[in-house]
Design a protein around this ligand. Structure first.
Ligand code: SAH
Length: 345
């Protein structure tokens, strides 16, 4: 019989498992704490459990862990990028960003991605597989252990489309914010999606207080289809409806991500169109100067265009920020370090 991935089980599920193997339910609290607070990687380390119980656990369950295989730190020390190897030798990347207000980790939700966004390095090799809840959690756990830093914010903006791995994503969010575990505030978690509308509505119904970020990247469907194949499936107006629904259920302000590509979506006209699109919506726009990847000839917008785009939005009193480029000296954009690691191998 295949061993169960115990780190993917939530608190209630562990209680059930303990009962199944003839243990008292209170053992669940101890086991959960070892896995999700003390962050151990083996049953042997669970020193307040009897040897007999540890052996029983070992026989029935496995502890998934992600293994650090490479790390790069930006020159200013603010950003560290980690490559982790999974049990099946596949690699994923995660990023630690240190800010004055706390530490933020960007995690991957899949190995590869099947969404095909033209400017994104994560999608070049297609989707290999989804990550389990334990593999998403462990990126954060290992980073805490390696860096000795406490993580206060988590963004699911690494490789993969989180809503294409829906059940594991929701399990991950609930476990990360569980009071028995790391207990990170839901408000400090952001999930970024290319806009899978049914899933956005489903997520709205989960009664979570997480921030939803939508990768918009264009103010109209025609332009969006040039950059994102998923735009053939969902129109911007469907996305807007899903966002309104999300807001009505959660009262959480929506973030729109807009990567600026020179001569493609960075003009005054597009900025004005974007204003019309989001007018009246409680939202925030995050402008991302595109990070060029060598497989595509997209170029970053000139600074004057970026500023101009921002000014147009600001004049119409839309919340807008330009994403600080942290760690571009270490291939910190989605999928680039992983890609260069695999290419070199
Ligand atoms: N699949 C999710 C998460 C992916 S990455 C999504 O689509 O939202 C997080 C953000 O980075 C997305 O907005 C994505 O479109 C953007 N992105 C990916 N590659 C980029 C690049 N080379 N330059 C700028 N932004 C990029």
């Amino acid at each position: 019989m295949e061993k169960i991935d115990i780190k993917s089980l939530n608190y209630d599920q562990i209680i059930e498992e303990m009962t199944k193997i003839g243990e008292k339910p209170f053992r669940a609290k101890q086991v959960y704490e070892w896995l999700h607070v003390k962050l151990v990687d083996s049953f042997d380390e669970m020193s307040n459990l009897s040897k007999a119980l540890r052996e029983k656990l070992e026989a029935n369950y496995k502890i998934i862990r992600t293994k650090e295989v490479a790390k790069r730190v930006s020159k200013d020390g603010s950003t560290s990028k980690f490559l982790f190897e999974l049990y099946d030798n596949r690699v994923i990347e995660s990023v630690l960003m240190k800010y004055k207000h706390g530490n933020s980790v960007c995690i991957s939700s899949q190995v590869g991605c099947r969404m095909g966004c033209r400017f994104c390095a994560s999608t070049l090799g297609g989707l290999e597989r989804c990550l389990t809840a334990s593999e998403m959690l462990d990126q954060i756990y290992q980073i805490q252990k390696i860096s000795g830093e406490r993580v206060s914010n988590v963004v699911v903006m690494g490789t993969g489309e989180p809503l294409d791995n829906y059940d594991n994503l929701v399990q991950f969010v609930r476990m990360l914010t569980d009071e028995h575990g790391l207990n990170i505030s839901q408000r400090n978690i952001t999930v970024s999606t290319c806009g899978l509308c049914e899933r956005i509505k489903q997520l709205a119904d989960e009664e979570l207080q997480i921030t939803l970020a939508i990768s918009l990247h264009a103010p109209n469907d025609e332009k969006r289809r040039e950059l994102m194949p998923v735009a053939n499936k969902y129109s911007i107006s469907e996305i807007m409806d899903a966002c309104k629904y999300y807001y009505s259920k959660t009262s959480r302000r929506i973030t729109f991500e807009y990567s600026l590509v020179k001569g493609v979506n960075d003009g005054q006209e597009q900025a004005m169109e974007l204003v019309q699109l989001v007018k009246g919506l409680n939202c925030h726009i995050n402008l991302i100067p595109v990070n060029p990847i060598k497989e595509r000839d997209y170029v970053q917008s000139d600074n004057s265009y970026i500023q101009n785009f921002k000014n147009i939005l600001e004049k119409k009193r839309i919340n807008v920020t330009i994403r600080r480029e942290m760690g571009s000296d270490i291939d910190a954009a989605c999928g680039q370090l992983r890609k260069s690691y695999i290419d070199n191998k």
